[in-house]
Design a protein around this ligand. Sequence first.
Ligand code: NDP
Length: 240
Amino acid sequence: MNTVLVTGASSGFGKAICQKLIADGYKVIGAARRVDKLSELARQLDDNFLPFQLDVTKKDAVENLLLSLPDKFKPIDILINNAGLALGMEPAYEANYADWEIMVNTNIIGLMHLTRIILPEMVKRNSGYIINLGSTAGNYAYQGGNVYGATKAFVKQFSANLRTDLLGKKIRVTNIEPGLCGNTEFSNVRFHGNGKQAAAVYQGVEFIKPEDIANTVSWLVNSPKHFNVNNIEIMPTAQA
Ligand code: NDP
């Protein structure tokens, strides 16, 4: 039975991915900062789920995760770099610089920590799969998308460059790029808890649901190892 590490497991896509992959028969380590949310999820799942408190921006904490895993959850066969966030929608000349730093530290540096620390073991075993959560925001410019979109463009290019570094090895890399997705905490986090502003984003649009992303991840990890989906852009039918 393969082991999967999912970052950002306490809500949204990450939580749905954990639920789906446990149902598929995987062992799943669900990592995030909020232990109460992870414990709540653990109560719904079986003992093939391991909740793990982790702040991906802290390199030492990521190293510690690898060192402190129980044998049952070693080695990590599949890494899902899902933890991420957007903050603010202001134009660049009015944006809060601290928000920019948090996005870079989480969406870029956090993803680098996980990848750099877990990938060598996969290379040693010549087996593994890394799935990154990019975004359509990395492909298309929109007002206020400035640093968030740029962090996701990083995720896309980093994924492509990883594929090149791993050529000839049996390690797959996929970048998933969702469009507008509701029923997660993303928009609430983006607008610093302003529910009214968050809800306005989704008005009148039938958006993607976390389960749609979880089903996509399930399809990818259960697909034959000889083919790789490099990028997969998933839009709501109602979004151009
Ligand atoms: P949520 O806000 O629901 O989930 C984000 C997750 O990331 C939470 O579990 C949060 O957990 C975790 N997280 C944030 N910062 C850290 C950190 N420093 N260390 C560890 N975990 C962290 O959003 P979504 O599920 O919607 O988003 C998941 C991913 O998908 C993100 O990368 C996002 O950019 C991307 N995405 C989302 C879209 C959408 O419309 N929803 C569209 C395109 C891409 P905790 O706070 O407990 O640490």
